[in-house]
Design a protein around this ligand. Structure first.
Ligand code: NOJ
Length: 982
């Protein structure tokens, strides 16, 4: 009976899902979006006019005021088209050289949305103390930087802002004259829609798609603004009408990078890492890149169409410079990308609303950009250690017994897994947090059964609340007035999502924050409903938070809906999803007395989302194409600040053949977030269901991932401090090597020296890997030593189905834990293996970061951070010395999460708790002659084994020699040194 009911629910869902199947016409193209069309028309007119085009915007030199901080100046700006309209410009140089450029309308009839940066930034940036603005007749400028290498220049007429380094232009704003801030205006009778207009002399009737509008022929602004009031006051798309009560308020700005031929960033789009062009002679895409968080069902594998999240950050790169921009805008934004020459890029940003609030990041290296960007918006949060293990999800595990059985099957087959997930069907009528008692009669016991084996559960909580009186979460939100309102600002907005008729919490309302935190308490509370049928082992998945509204325009909320503070949804759309995951993160952290690190997965995101957890690339397809583009998308998200990213392993839609699934596990094992997930309509595909050899291949990949958890965790530690991403594409590692600029199918994991190239095509048996430097790279598995070259070199490597091309860069020491376990928690006291991959100079280095993995005690100094070095000491003759030393004391400012620990004690409680943990094996690659002795410095001889290389020398490629020290008798938390002698 129960299963029949379930089937009924499932088939209903299938129907719902099918009716959602992606059709291009669900989403606007630029030409269907009024302000984008206006922006592109402006640029088309500028192009046509060529050199006679002149921006009407200029700075009034008499209005310049330098603030008392000396780093900031403000000035009045006007447009010759509208002499009565005033704009204010503000430039401010931060202490790290970032320049913030703000422009807003002053004294307008309304206020533009100016809070986007407030949600994205971690704090108000501090300004530089060494700025001196020098104002002349034609411009105002400041030269700054350690070597006075940077210069910011604002030319008054026409307004142009340039950032230069050593006299060379890096970023130029309004160089092409496309700046246009549409000021607020009143709807005049002149432009109201007329019925059957009769053209008078001197007037012309212009037809637009909806109505006819009479425009004065002598309209002097037409050259710049166009001669129609194109969708100024109302806009229709499909069956929806956007009432646009504020009228036109878009912002257009060209941003050029005259000395940078490659750009990266502005995720999320399904495309290559180095962004293809959208304008020019033969653009790759005909539409601009769009940033408008959207639930795009079955998104295309190569497209500038916006999908679930938006991070308006861009890197412009060349052999000698990387610069970046962060555009703190939350409204729908379109970005055209063109190439003026091979070495120069032009972009055009068109946003629907909001002030201009732009951060220019001077670089000059990718690492500098990461530092500058994360100083603004924060570094990724340090994830709970267990969450870097493997996550098993599907839509849906249908009952608590189903969950128990799946867990048992993993254990029977010795396949490691840390987390079981529940999609929306756990809930009664999709009232999230209310268990469906028919199928999940014992939720707490089920979670406890999972937790008893050291594992966790992640349960979905979507932002749409079923509008029904028997749903306390909805009831409370409604009674407290916490729901998003319709355009009237009085009524609760009602839309359609999984739970049928639904409303959405307005997280812009601070009153919603404390209430939401209360909802996640696992104890009963006098203040309101709380989720007592949950435990601390339950973490949260925030899906559908673009927000997805099945019956809304473009599957989202109407833009004229009203949020707290009176802002329209249009103004805040791209931030909306981040607020949901932010508050959920806070709520999960706040539910326990000893706060534990929450895990929150979000589908929608914005700049700053990295502070709240992980993201994934949404509903991908089980195709090779999607597998390949997902790798690129995860790289793109990484360089845009959000390292904790992954994609649905297996592909959400479809039933992958076993070989494809194996490849997908390889992709997942080398993504920061590793989760298998599948649509409700797919066949079950847990690894234990497969025959050999596939099952074994998937298990091997999972074991490889688990053995490398120390590498992932250490890489995450670094990104929490420096912002340098966990996944590092070639341009980040080798910024001066142009051959690597377009490479987005191979990448490095943190600073570990691991280089990986997941295979994303069928029937591959070998592949080429690009080595950018004159260095040795060892095959991780068979120790074959490949040699790169100064100018870069392609190597051909084996890549049969069971193989993933994985290399250790010479000069690296990689710590792993190689005892196969069922979950990461059972590895806590496992010994370590160190792989010492000697580089060309006979040197290697690596580090290892450990803490309790789930509390915040690391912020109080409860951690272990070691540095391993292998070197040839100059005076000691033929010796290689491998040593371990404490890094926590050596680098107190780099502790973790940016917390400064001046008094770090390497013998802290956590370190004591793993005081017995040994290094069980050291493998040294690349020693060309057999040693005579290996001993602990100042101590005993060790047992070792040496396998000479095959056809391999300092210069020749071949299988490297391997020295294995079986039990080096050293502890992971202690200082030690081992010498290898001849
Ligand atoms: C859409 C999500 O992208 C997908 O992962 C999930 O399974 C469904 N919503 C159902 O919750």
């Amino acid at each position: 009976m129960r299963s029949l009911q379930l089937l009924g629910v499932l088939s209903l869902l299938l129907v719902a899902q099918e009716s959602l199947a992606f059709k291009a016409h669900d989403f606007k193209t630029c030409s269907q979006s009024g302000f984008c069309r206006r922006g592109r028309a402006l640029s088309a007119r500028a192009k046509e006019a060529k050199s006679s085009w002149k921006s009407p915007y200029s700075v009034d030199p008499g209005s310049i005021t330098v603030a008392s901080d000396r780093a900031t100046f403000t000035a009045g700006v006007k447009s010759s088209l509208y002499p009565d309209i005033k704009f204010g410009l503000e430039l401010r140089v931060h202490d790290d050289g970032v320049v913030r450029v703000r422009m807003d309308e002053v004294g307008g009839i309304r206020k533009r949305y100016d809070e986007a940066a407030g949600w994205a930034l971690i704090a108000e940036p501090t300004v530089s103390k060494d700025i001196k603005w020098t104002s002349g007749k034609k411009n105002i400028r400041a030269v700054y930087g350690e070597k006075k290498e940077n210069e910011i220049v604002v030319v008054f007429e026409p307004l142009k802002i340039s950032l230069l380094r050593n006299g060379k232009e890096q970023v130029v704003l309004n160089g092409q004259g496309l700046l246009h801030m549409e000021h607020f205006r009143t709807k005049t009778p002149e432009v109201t829609h007329t019925e059957e207009p009769a053209a008078q002399e001197g007037e012309e009737v212009i037809a637009n798609s909806e109505t006819q509008v009479v425009i004065k022929a002598e309209n002097p602004r037409a050259w710049f603004e166009g001669d129609t009031e194109d969708d100024w006051w109302e806009e229709t798309f499909s069956s929806w009408t956007d009432s646009k009560p504020k009228g036109p308020e878009s912002l257009s700005l060209d941003i050029s990078f005259p000395n940078h031929g490659t750009i990266y960033g502005i995720p999320q789009h399904a495309t290559r890492l180095a962004l293809p062009t959208t304008t020019g002679e033969s653009p790759v895409f005909s539409d601009p890149y769009r940033l408008y968080n959207a639930d795009v069902f079955e998104y295309l594998a190569s497209s500038p169409v916006s999908i679930y999240g938006s991070i308006p950050v861009l890197h412009a790169h060349s052999v000698d410079s990387t610069v970046g921009i962060f555009d703190a805008v939350a409204s729908e934004t379109w970005i055209d990308v063109g190439r003026a020459s091979e070495k120069s890029t032009e972009t055009h940003w068109i946003s629907e609303s909001g002030i201009l609030d732009l951060f220019l990041m001077p670089g000059p290296t990718p690492e500098d950009i990461f530092r500058q960007y994360s100083k603004l918006t924060g570094t990724p949060v340090l994830p709970a250690h267990w969450s870097l293990g493997y996550h098993q999800c599907r839509w849906n595990y249908v009952s608590s017994d189903d969950v128990r059985t799946v867990q048992k099957r993993f254990d029977q087959d010795d396949i490691p897994v840390d987390v079981f997930w529940l999609d929306i069907e756990y809930s009664e009528d999709h009232k999230y947090m209310i268990w469906d008692e028919k199928t999940f009669p014992d939720p707490v016991e089920m979670v406890n059964d999972v937790a008893a084996l050291g594992r966790k559960m992640v349960v979905i909580v979507d932002p749409h609340l079923k509008r029904t009186s028997n749903y306390p979460v909805y009831q409370e939100a409604s009674e407290r007035g916490l729901l998003v309102k319709t355009k009237s600002a009085n009524d609760e907005y009602e839309g359609w999502c999984w739970s049928g008729s639904s409303s959405w919490i307005d997280f812009f309302n601070p009153a919603a924050w404390e209430w939401w935190k209360g909802v996640f308490k696992t104890q009963k509370s006098a203040k309101g409903w709380s989720w007592t049928q949950s435990t601390e082992a339950v973490h949260i998945w925030n899906d559908m938070n673009e927000p997805s509204v099945f019956n809304g325009p473009e599957i989202t909320m109407p833009k004229d809906n009203i949020h707290h503070g009176g802002w329209e949804h249009r103004d805040v759309h791209n931030i909306n999803g981040m607020l949901f995951s932010n508050l959920t993160h806070q709520a999960v952290a706040a539910r326990s007395d000893t706060p534990k690190r929450p895990f929150v997965l979000t589908r929608a995101f914005y700049a700053g989302s990295q502070r709240f957890g992980a993201m994934w690339t949404g509903d991908n397809l089980g195709t090779w194409e999607h597998m390949a583009v997902n790798v690129k998308m995860v790289l793109s998200i990484n360089i845009a600040g959000m390292s904790y990213a992954g994609s649905d392993v297996g592909g959400f839609f479809g039933n992958p053949e076993p070989d494809m699934l194996v490849r997908w596990y390889q992709v997942g094992a080398f993504a920061p977030f590793f989760r298998a997930h599948a649509h409700i309509d797919t066949k079950r595909r847990e690894p234990f269901l497969y025959d050999q050899p596939y099952k074994g291949m998937m298990r091997d990949m999972l074991r490889l991932r688990y053995s490398m958890l120390p590498v992932w965790y250490t890489a995450f530690r670094e990104t929490t401090v420096t912002g340098v991403p966990v996944l590092r594409p070639h341009y980040v590692m080798f910024p001066k090597d142009p051959r690597g600029f377009d490479i987005d199918d191979q990448y490095y994991v943190g600073a570990s020296g691991l280089l990986v190239k997941p295979i994303t095509a069928k029937d591959v048996t070998e592949t080429t890997v690009y080595l950018a430097e004159d260095q040795v790279y060892y095959d991780y598995f068979n120790h074959f030593a490949y040699r790169g070259a100064t100018k870069g070199k392609d190597i051909t490597v084996p890549a049969a189905l069971h193989q993933i091309p994985l290399f250790i860069r010479g000069g690296s020491i990689v710590p792993t834990r190689e005892r196969p376990r069922r979950s990461s928690t059972s590895m806590k006291n496992d010994p370590f293996t160190l792989r010492v991959a000697l580089g060309k100079a006979g040197y290697a280095r690596g580090d290892l970061y450990l803490d309790d993995g789930e509390t915040y005690s690391h912020q109080k100094g409860q951690f272990v951070w070691r540095e391993f070095i292998a070197e040839k000491p100059m005076k000691k003759g033929k010796t290689i010395r491998i040593s371990s030393k404490d890094l926590g004391s050596a680098k107190p400012n780099e502790a973790v999460d940016g917390v400064t620990l001046k008094t770090f004690n390497p013998a802290n409680e956590f370190a004591k708790s793993i005081g017995d943990v040994r290094v069980e094996k050291i493998i040294v690659l690349g020693i060309t002659t057999k040693p005579t002795a290996v001993r602990i410095e100042g101590g005993e001889d060790l047992i070792w084994d040496y396998t000479p290389g095959v056809a391999c020398s300092d210069k020749k490629e071949g299988i490297a020699s391997v020295l294995t020290i079986k039990d080096p008798k050293v502890l992971i938390t202690k200082d030690w040194a081992i010498t290898i002698q001849w």
